[in-house]
Design a protein around this ligand. Structure first.
Ligand code: NDP
Ligand code: MG
Length: 374
């Protein structure tokens, strides 16, 4: 029996993990979870799923809870006490990095949905995990697919990574109409059900940019060896080109339960993790992205090439700009304008330690808020 802790229990990843585990009660037991502010919902989920330990990461007042649940206020303390087989990080945004560092300290395997951990932490984080002999299992669907494909094909035989992107809800919308898009419309993704931030990022393709950076660090491929392909159905989760000129793909319905359960079960499946793929009327399309329409993807490649703290600035500026858009303070096309302006500043200095990263993020965040320009 593997034991698991779910960080971000109340979110889209957290609740999908609970759905997945309910089908694998003989393989995985959830022993702990974390929540930030949605404490009542988390307690309800803990009671429904017999989760005995809950960490509240915000300073929300202490709730009254039944004796069956132990409340922690310090994540590292809970993770080190529980020593679960695997910690699933489903926390949204840059707060996920500190949680991943705590998971590494506990020695548990790290099932990583929180892509910000890799985008912000980069080599520093992956070296830290490797030094502590902690296995990092990608959960982002594209990276889970790539992980599977690379290990099946053999790293030495893979010449290129091909990351698929749905293209989001506005892939065919006239550019002038983008000025009228509301946060609610932008957060309504055509194929995936996800939290608001990642849904908006999927519509601008900033999410694909983050995933390109994530793939670069996780698998060690240079930008020239990473392609992005628009595939609206989100059934092919990614592909690899091999040195022989062939392409291998991983397919499953667009449901995060597959990559989540791959990580939580340690790839031991006695039954399918979710509804199997139905080929009745299944049309799959692919096309190359237009980087004029999707400048975020081109920016991400540029950030990898420039190195330094550019990937950190990309993530932080986008987080700040999306927050402004959600508050109605800027228009949809201005999300990219704000990020682009920040990326024109000098981010060439690399962080020397994981502790330095929040300072760099703060500078990028503030540059968006103050409209700082080069
Ligand atoms: P949601 O917004 O649905 O959920 C976020 C979770 O994180 C909630 O449990 C929330 O708690 C918690 N949280 C929010 N802020 C903080 C904080 N400052 N400190 C600690 N916990 C916090 O997000 P998603 O589930 O959609 O995404 C989670 C991560 O997984 C993101 O990094 C995303 O990019 C990645 N991912 C998500 C996919 C998806 O299908 N959803 C697919 C691939 C990757 P509370 O409810 O209390 O606010
Ligand atoms: Mg993804």
């Amino acid at each position: 029996m593997r034991t698991a802790v779910i960080l971000g229990l109340t979110g889209s990843i957290g609740t999908t993990a609970l759905r997945g585990v309910s089908n694998f009660k003989d393989t995985v037991k959830v022993v702990g979870a974390s929540v930030h502010s949605n404490v009542d919902k988390a307690i309800k989920l803990c009671l429904e799923h017999n989760i005995a330990n809950l960490c509240i990461t915000s300073n929300a007042p202490a709730p009254s809870v039944p004796d069956s649940i132990k409340i922690y206020r310090n994540l590292e303390e809970m993770l080190c006490t529980l020593q679960a087989t695997v910690v699933l990080n489903g926390i949204a945004g840059s707060a996920g990095l500190a949680a991943s560092v705590s998971a590494v300290k506990s020695g548990s395997e790290l099932a990583l949905a929180n892509k910000e951990t890799v985008v912000l932490g980069g080599k520093l984080f992956l070296q830290y995990a490797a030094k502590n002999k902690v296995k990092v299992i990608p959960v982002d669907s594209e990276h889970s697919a790539l992980d599977e494909l690379i290990s099946n094909c053999g790293r030495e035989n893979v010449s290129k990574l091909v990351i698929t992107a749905s293209g989001g809800p506005f892939r065919n919308t006239e550019l002038e109409k983008l000025w009228d898009i509301s946060p609610e419309t932008a957060a309504n993704h055509p194929t995936w059900k996800m939290g608001p931030k990642i849904s908006i990022d999927s519509s601008t393709l900033a999410n694909k940019g983050l995933e390109v950076i994530e793939a670069h660090y996780l698998f060690g491929f240079e930008p020239e060896k990473i392609e992005v392909v628009i595939h609206p159905q989100s059934v092919v989760h990614s592909m690899v080109r091999t040195t022989s000129g062939q392409v291998y793909a991983q397919l499953s319905p667009p449901d995060m339960v597959f990559p989540i359960m791959r990580a939580l079960t340690g790839s031991h499946f006695e039954r399918p993790a979710g509804k199997e793929l139905d080929f009745t009327n299944l049309d799959l399309n692919f096309r190359k992205p237009d980087y004029n329409r999707f400048p975020f993807v081109a920016d991400a490649f540029e950030c990898i090439r420039k190195g330094g703290s550019y990937p950190i600035a990309y993530n932080a500026a986008d987080e700040a700009a999306v927050a402004l858009f959600m508050q109605g303070k800027i228009k949809y096309p201005q999300i990219h304008t704000a990020v682009n302006r920040v990326l024109n500043l000098d981010w060439s200095a690399k962080p020397c330690s994981l502790e330095e990263i929040p300072l760099i993020e703060k500078r990028a965040y503030n540059a968006v808020l103050s409209g700082e320009s080069c």
